[in-house]
Design a protein around this ligand. Structure first.
Ligand code: AGP
Length: 623
């Protein structure tokens, strides 16, 4: 998820608004969307000037101070959350085309960039970066200089009709010095309307300091802005209208997309986080394509054991991964808390695949465990949300999440994305080893691709969960039960409540309760139970219903998370949160969401800072 801004103003406004000032202010507001690198391109005097630098926005400002761009009334700016290609200067946006006379910035993932890149290479184009964005720039430049005959809007339209995936693209050209042209598919873009000036932003915080009059673009639309005009067309060239609205948020709320907290924003970004993590990793035949792994498939096939290393929420994602990967590949999977791993003299050899899971890629416990595993001869693979961070850099291979920056300290969207990425790894290994037939993989992927819409259904129906949380704001403790893949969900639900509401909460395997913890049950003790699908392979469902009865018989307040249509739990639950059904192994992507919403709502009711809870850090870089 990157930050994007565009600006066109009248020359006479140069006293009031220089393009560069507008771009930098917008990027400052959008930096939360990604901070791997930043860059701008301005158009003036018949040339496009590009300045870009890896690292935070301050690095770019220093670059501009060292090499000023001069006055300009047209420009685009970008702050990057790296997906394709590490966070380097050369991979930073903008990327150029048409011999440097065109500059392009991009948010999203162009799924077919590899094929397009090969085609352009064959036509003699050369590439400086590893990015999908540069492919788009070369394509737009090719059309501008050719078929579009110098019409930047036409060039954009011809190009986007060849792109697949999710993208917001902005382009400027030295020979079209009065405009910015942008296109969007599955990635946000809004227009800001000014007096003698117009703006573009990946969200309204990109221009909220200059105007609150905005126009939201719809899917597959192209917008051309000049200082006085905003023209919208569909990808097929037909005229279109955007949706006009007034931004009644303040700047801070705008960075949160109108949500009161980043935590709530990120909970609501989960459909897209899962969708983007799945995007571009299957081919037209539905086969998994994880070329980015950079581990010889033959070596992967020879894997005899997988060890998952992680901490906290990431470790719970690893526990979910264990159930799925073992089922699909028949490879034994051990899940280890990274900080315990290297002190127990683990058994590792060159056929061991060590999979680290980390949102930040900087957790010292996990990094040190990965280093130890490498010393012992293991192959190492990082599942990570932060491009170019230390753990992926030191691993043999990386499978990046595409959840976008997670600002709230307590992890939500990264957790679901970690699980989704782990499923992809398990399916890929199953495909490699012939444990899964293409039809089975296609069925599972079809169910996976339906999950984002189901998460959205849960989010749309969250009021009941929030109401219960408000009622329970004073509860001193909550227990969470789960079984099979519901057990890690119970652990994560308990952790969220601890982290956000500072309430004692504990997750248990439901079957373990009767072996001691049931002594904790007393009148009124709230117990959440994550109920397996009634369509599951084992009779787990009936056993968990028995567990609910056991605690209810001792006075517990039973709150169950169950699949839609599961009526068996109704009689034993004070409250039932129903979630849409899917394959049992994929249910954590759905059953986790009510628990996140509950913890966030309860903590908010108590007036706590859910974005920066006490005592916590987003990345624990000490052992
Ligand atoms: C997440 O809610 C927690 N703040 C914490 O457990 C976190 O998951 C853990 O520190 C691992 O972080 P990582 O994913 O960045 O490695």
């Amino acid at each position: 998820m990157c930050g994007i801004v565009g600006y066109v103003g009248l020359p006479e406004k140069s006293g009031e608004h220089q393009a560069l000032d507008v771009l930098v202010e917008g990027l400052r507001r959008l930096e939360y969307r990604g901070y791997d690198s930043a860059g701008v391109a301005t158009v003036s005097g018949g040339v496009v000037q590009v300045r870009k630098k890896s690292g935070k926005l301050g690095n770019l400002l220093a670059e501009i101070e060292a090499a000023p761009v001069g006055p300009a009334q047209v420009g685009i700016g970008h702050t990057r959350w790296a997906t394709h290609g590490g966070p380097t200067d050369v991979n930073a946006h903008p990327h150029v085309g048409d011999s440097g006379r065109l500059a392009v910035i991009h948010n999203g993932i162009i799924e077919n960039f590899a094929q397009l890149r090969q085609r352009l290479l064959a036509e003699g184009f050369e590439f400086a970066s590893e990015t999908d964005t540069e492919v788009a720039a070369k394509l737009i430049g090719r059309f501008f200089a050719g078929e579009a005959a110098g019409d930047l809007t036409a060039a954009m339209r011809l190009a986007v009709n060849e792109l697949e995936g999710a993208f917001t693209l902005l382009a400027v050209h030295a020979d079209a010095p009065d405009r910015v042209v942008a296109a969007r598919r599955n990635s946000p873009l809004v227009v800001g309307l000014g007096e003698g000036e117009n703006f573009l932003g990946s969200d309204v915080s990109g221009f909220i300091d200059f105007t609150r009059e905005a126009v939201e673009l719809e899917q597959d639309q192209i917008v051309t802005i000049t200082s006085s005009e905003v023209e919208i067309i569909n990808f097929d060239g037909t005229p279109a209208q955007g949706r006009r609205f007034y931004v009644d948020w303040d700047a801070s709320a705008a960075e949160k997309g109108g949500f009161p907290t980043f935590m709530e924003k990120e909970i609501h970004e989960q459909p897209k986080a899962v969708e983007d993590t799945l995007l571009g990793r299957t081919d037209a035949e539905g086969r998994l394509v994880l070329d980015e792994l950079r581990i010889d498939p033959e070596e992967l096939k020879a894997t005899t054991k997988i060890i998952v290393l992680a901490c906290g929420t990431a470790a719970y994602a690893g526990l979910v991964a264990k159930y799925a990967i073992e089922h699909w590949t028949r490879i034994p999977v051990e899940v280890e808390l990274a900080h315990e791993f290297r002190y127990r003299d683990p058994i590792i050899d060159e056929t061991t695949l060590v999979v680290s899971i980390s949102q930040s890629g900087e957790t010292m416990d996990t990094l040190m465990a990965v280093r130890y595993a490498k010393e012992q001869g293991a192959r190492t693979l990082s599942i990570c949300n932060t491009n170019g961070s230390t753990i992926p850099r030191e691993s043999d291979a990386v499978l990046y999440l595409h959840a976008g920056p997670e600002i709230a300290v307590a992890s939500t969207k990264a957790f679901l994305a970690m699980i989704a990425a782990s499923y992809l790894l398990g399916l890929y290994l199953g495909q490699l080893r012939g444990q899964l037939f293409s039809g089975q993989i296609a069925d599972i992927l079809a169910d996976l691709h339906s999950v984002p819409g189901k998460i959205q259904q849960i989010l749309d129906d969250a009021e009941q969960i929030k109401a219960l949380a408000r009622q329970m704001a004073d509860t001193p403790s909550v227990l969470f039960l789960g079984r099979h893949v519901g057990y890690p969900v119970a652990l994560e639900g308990a952790l969220k409540l601890k982290e956000l509401a500072y309430i004692h909460a504990e997750g248990f395997a439901a079957g373990e309760l009767k072996h001691g913890p049931i002594a904790l049950i007393e009148e009124g003790q709230p117990v959440f139970v994550v109920v397996p699908s009634p369509h599951g392979r084992y009779s787990l469902h009936s056993k968990v219903v028995s567990n609910i009865q056991e605690v209810r018989a001792r006075g517990a307040r039973t709150i169950t998370v169950a699949e839609e249509g599961d009526e068996a739990v109704q009689d034993y639950s004070e409250t039932v949160f129903h979630v849409p059904g899917t394959q049992p192994l994929l249910m954590p992507l759905l059953t986790t969401v009510p628990l996140q919403i509950f913890a966030c709502a309860l903590a908010s009711e108590k007036g706590y800072d859910v974005d920066q809870p006490r005592n916590l850090a987003k990345s624990v870089t000490v052992e």
